[in-house]
Design a protein around this ligand. Structure first.
Ligand code: UT7
Length: 341
């Protein structure tokens, strides 16, 4: 039941980010390393993507849940909270530990979230944004006081390191945010999300699911790896991210100057710059860490929030935007809250 105040009126709750955590593996895969693996060169990669290096999990015994567990532990430490205080965990990933058994279940065990229920959600590179809105809705309903939302991907488990079209782009990492109930005028304000399944063929892992279960043939034909039509995705990403951000501007009567920071999905620096220009933002307003981590799929936005959290002040207007497989894309507008700890 929705809680009431003393006058019997229904209370309105906002969902605010009050703590952050992150984790990237220690192993660096540099552009120079890739030069020895495929026909590419560092200059091409930097000028076409902005990526200088990425991190990869370099241990066959580790999975996405291990990165998520570390990010959640890092968050709890900075929030000065115990694992048993957490009520819900949403993990957005397209590289789950298993097809059956959610990564969130594994993390509830590994991180000791004994009072939380956990669920995965998957919308590829847009996954964190979608999951953030799902988590915020649980809190806004008044039924939950806190939810951890994580975006994480171990892309190295689905990358063909003989395919120069994809192996230069992706890395591994996990970012986590704590959403908490507040009655202050901060937190998630609005979102505009789109899904267009007709774009699915352009960025996809063809095998391993119920449409094409893994067989010797799918493995030999490299269908268990990411395949991408880069040019189509590039164009659609700029258009989709810009359009949804502009809808956010219109719906909330915002102009470029009202945005303190934009944190875009980190897939390609040229995409980020093009979206920033279309919105009329200056480079100083846009947060970028693609040079260090590449595209960590659902991990990019929370990792960027985590890395730059000391730059954000309570009341800052923050715009998040992403585009990814599906196609799925969108933008979220939030007002920064005071962090715990
Ligand atoms: O996370 C959301 C999903 N992903 C994205 O948003 C990624 C979107 N796409 C992109 O970022 C870009 O399309 C790429 C970075 C993947 C490719 O950049 P591009 O400027 O679109 O290059 P292209 O595919 O048009 O290829 C240009 C040339 C080609 O050679 P020719 O045909 O001009 O002789 C490619 O064969 O560059 C060649 N090329 C490479 N050369 C060196 C493609 N990949 C490489 C490479 N190293 N790794």
């Amino acid at each position: 039941m929705r809680p009431h105040n003393l006058n019997g009126m229904s209370m309105r709750y906002n969902a605010a980010i009050t703590a952050l955590g992150g984790y990237v593996p220690d192993t660096v895969l540099s552009n120079k390393d890739l030069e020895h693996m495929v026909d590419t060169n560092s200059e091409w990669i930097v000028s076409r993507t902005g990526i200088e290096e990425r991190r990869i999990v370099n241990d066959v015994n580790l999975a996405t849940s291990d990165m998520v567990t570390k990010a959640v532990q890092n968050l709890l430490e900075s929030a000065k909270m115990q694992p048993e205080e957490i009520e819900c965990l949403i993990v957005s990933t397209s590289t789950p530990d298993y097809i059956m058994v959610s990564t969130a279940s594994v993390v509830c065990d590994k991180a000791g979230l004994i009072n939380a229920w956990g669920v995965d959600s998957n919308a590829a590179c847009s996954g964190f944004l979608y999951a953030l809105t799902l988590g915020a809705s649980l809190i806004e309903s008044g039924r939950y006081k806190n939810v951890i939302v994580v975006g994480a991907d171990q892309n190295s488990s689905i990358i063909n390191y003989e395919d120069r079209n994809t192996c230069i782009l992706f890395g591994d990492g996990a970012g986590a945010v704590l959403l908490e109930q507040t009655i202050e005028d901060v937190g998630i304000v609005d979102n505009v999300f789109k899904t267009d399944g007709t774009g699915r063929e352009h960025l996809i892992v063809l095998a391993g699911g119920s449409q094409n279960p893994s067989t010797l043939d799918t493995v030999n034909n490299k269908q268990n790896f990411i395949s991408q039509n880069g040019r189509v995705v590039f164009k659609a990403a700029i258009e989709g991210m810009s359009d949804t951000c502009l809808s956010i501007f219109e719906r909330n009567e915002l102009e470029a100057k009202d945005i303190t920071w934009m944190i875009p999905h980190q897939a390609n620096l040229r995409i980020i710059n093009a979206v920033g220009e279309k919105l009329g933002l200056t480079e100083d307003q846009v947060k970028v860490n693609i040079q260090r981590y590449g595209n960590t799929t659902a991990g990019t936005i929370p990792l960027c929030l985590w890395e730059y959290k000391n730059d954000f002040k309570p009341g800052d207007n923050i715009l998040l935007t992403a585009f990814g497989a599906g196609f799925s894309w969108g933008a979220t507008y939030l007002r920064w809250a005071k962090l715990r700890g």
